[in-house]
Ligand binder design. Structure first.
Ligand SMILES: C[S@@+](CC[C@H](N)C(=O)[O-])C[C@H]1O[C@@H](n2cnc3c(N)ncnc32)[C@H](O)[C@@H]1O
Length: 155
């Protein structure tokens, strides 16, 4: 089955810029503080079935569908962003993790139904999150032999 997806705009400098013909379709979106943005990770490459999350060798390989890698069979990205303001067909947002020029596929309001109170995640997720905010990046930069063990046991 072939599916054709047409971008409705692009990411540019912290904004979601929709084609002008979609301007009216945004009417009412200002009422929402947060949006879900779906985009096409156009510079992604073919996926490997199993990968080290974020390329961190100390974490054992897992299936790519159990990760947020951009390299996927269908490289669709999804990010929740905060909406500051809208000017015509341009949305000024915070929290985008897509590069400039990335084609935008869809925009949806984020509602309470989208938030889950009790999440279960493997330990490696919080270790990588911690490493991202840790200025020393001690969990991923050195030879941290305990990382793999903690990544699989910390839940
Ligand atoms: C891990 S992906 C995930 C994006 C989205 N939050 C998700 O979970 O689907 C985000 C990373 O993809 C990479 N990236 C951003 N824009 C891209 C693009 N257009 N093509 C390929 N990779 C991209 C950047 O390295 C960015 O940090």
């Amino acid at each position: 089955m072939g599916i054709t997806v047409r971008p409705i705009g692009r990411i540019q400098g912290g904004t979601v810029r929709l084609h002008k013909r979609w301007t009216k379709a945004l009417d009412g979106i200002e009422g929402f503080s947060h949006l879900i943005v779906l985009f096409w990770l156009h510079e992604a490459h073919r996926p490997s079935l199993k990968i080290h999350p974020k390329g961190v060798k100390q974490i054992p390989k897992i299936g790519y569908l159990a990760t947020r890698t951009p390299h996927r069979a269908n490289p669709i990205g999804v990010t929740v962003v905060r909406l500051f303001k809208r000017r015509g067909s341009i949305l000024f947002v915070e929290g985008l993790d897509a590069w400039d020029g990335t084609p935008v596929l869809d925009v949806k309001p984020y509602t309470k139904k989208d938030s889950i109170r009790r999440l279960r995640m493997p330990g490696w997720v919080s270790l990588l999150d911690k490493a991202e905010t840790d200025p020393l990046r001690k969990y991923v930069s050195g030879n941290d032999s305990g990382l793999a063990r903690r990544a699989t046991t910390e839940i």
